[in-house]
Design a protein around this ligand. Structure first.
Ligand SMILES: [Zn+2]
Length: 84
C-alpha cells in the first residue's frame, strides 16, 4: 500500500465531532466527478480545497453524511482512519 500521503483535508463537520473516515483523495475526486456539477460544487465547498493533481497524495476525511452524499459509504475505503 502506498503510504506516501503528504496532505490531509477534511470536511467542515470534523470540528463538530462527527464520525467519519479518511478516504484516498483519488476516490474523493472520482466521486465528485460522478455527481452533477451543482452537487459536486456544494460538497467540494465543505472540504478544504486541494489541487486535483495532488489527489493521489491527499487523504480526505469525510463524516458519514458527506461520504453518503458522495456515495463513498461502500467499503472502497483505502485506509481506516486512525482517529476514530
Ligand atoms: Zn461532513
Amino acid at each position: 500500500m502506498n503510504r506516501q500521503f503528504f496532505y490531509e483535508r477534511e470536511c467542515v463537520h470534523r470540528d463538530k465531532g462527527a464520525e467519519g473516515e479518511a478516504y484516498n483523495g483519488m476516490f474523493f475526486v472520482q466521486a465528485l466527478q460522478r455527481l452533477q456539477s451543482t452537487d459536486a460544487l456544494r460538497i467540494a465547498g465543505k472540504v478544504s480545497p486541494f489541487y486535483w493533481v495532488d489527489a493521489p497524495r491527499v487523504l480526505v476525511w469525510l463524516c458519514r453524511e458527506c461520504a453518503a452524499e458522495l456515495h463513498l459509504e461502500t467499503p472502497r475505503v483505502v485506509l481506516q482512519s486512525a482517529r476514530r
